[in-house]
Design a protein around this ligand. Sequence first.
Ligand code: FAD
Length: 455
Amino acid sequence: MADAEFDYDLFVIGGGSGGVRAARIAAQYGASVAIAEEYRFGGTCVIRGCVPKKLMVYASAYSEHFEDARAYGWDFDATPSFNWETFRERKDMEIARLEGVYRKNLHASGVEIHECRATVAGPHTVRLADHGREISAKHILIAVGGRPFVPEFPGSQHAITSNEIFHLPELPKRLLIAGGGYIASEFAGIMNGLGVEVTQIYRKEQILRGFDDEVRTHVQQEMAKKGVNFIFNETLDSLEKTPSGLIAHVANGEKIEIDQAMFATGRRPNTDGLGLENAGLELGRGGEVPVSAYSQTKVPSIYAVGDVTDRLQLTPVAIREGHAFADTVFGGLDVKPDHELVPTAVFTQPEIGTVGMNEAAARERGPVEIYRTNFRAMLHAFADRDERMLMKLIVDKESRRVLGAHVVGHAAGEMAQLIGIAVKMGATKEDFDRTVAVHPTASEEFVTMRTPVGG
Ligand code: FAD
């Protein structure tokens, strides 16, 4: 039941990963809850992030499956070809189905849905864009996520972002991807696998900053083997429209003829025009909403979760933050979201799975032992595919704890989830050693590496 003073106990702005979870859990605790979504329920992850992207990863991987199939004894007459329109339509149907599930779950939890933009009019007041109607709430949760950002430069209006790539009318023949983060690198692999000629341009010396350096080099080299072209330490000066496509002018004078340019050079929080200043709230330098460990802002009635807070921009983290908020504010519990040792995957091709520290960070912390293996997995050796796996454990020399586990190769994301449990529990190298291998798998290498590098 709503506090008599307010229309609702909770008003959530943003129907993505964090907002939907918070709304549903708060309602399950008996709070009266409303949520506003200006685009589509499910948010970035479901509509134009993790889910459609992973479907595209699956689709693109078939080009290699077809190649390897013959080595495994399969015979087929026709040369396989990819139909983007067929895939796009089926993908869109799946996304629509998932969006429906989100709506259904909100309805089932008793959350009232507003399909419009909402802004903050005061510490307890939300304004709905459809009728300008003002609604009061004891608590407001900001869960508006972020959006891709293209810097301004001559011709930048011709660039697309991850938002548009899912809906292209047709696949380009030649694509330039600007950026070195995980979104840029994942789409380089996807498009390359779908038969597009891909060039990835990045202003620094190697992609995937923040990940383990050996992992970064390994992935980039494997991507290059598969056909992705890389340009490092360079930026784009301009994009010039031509009758047949675009010319990308690189700062070093190089001109690249392309059909499309995708920018994945950063994301910005969706706080423009959100009205947080009406509640007396100041934004951070990047436009993010600063929050406490409990996701509470400086205005006690306003909380924020997910990408808009610029902590760890991952769906499961946004979900955890939303859940912890509802547990604490409406469930009488004391729950802080835990941002330590978050396992994660990058769906490059080959894929990365990782949890914990990279080698450089671990070495700064103290003496470490490094265990590493680099091999051709049975899957690829049999098909004579030139692709290698990398596995790496970073062990604290004194306590023997595994500080970081990194893997590049087939099913690396699946491995990261499970190895994440061991690392989170504080497993030591000796715990790994006394775990019997699962044979024949690639992941068994994690428990059979006996000698530290250089040892
Ligand atoms: P969002 O999911 O972005 O939801 C915010 C919602 O608020 C949106 O639906 C938006 O329309 C709505 N909104 C904004 N302003 C208003 C307003 N004023 N009024 C009403 N509604 C509003 N994460 C992973 O963990 N794994 C992955 O593999 C992965 N892949 C990704 C791939 C891509 C291409 C992208 C872009 C992101 C990916 N992410 C991935 C990140 C993940 O999508 C986000 O971390 C996650 O969606 C954040 O959830 P959120 O609730 O903070 O925001």
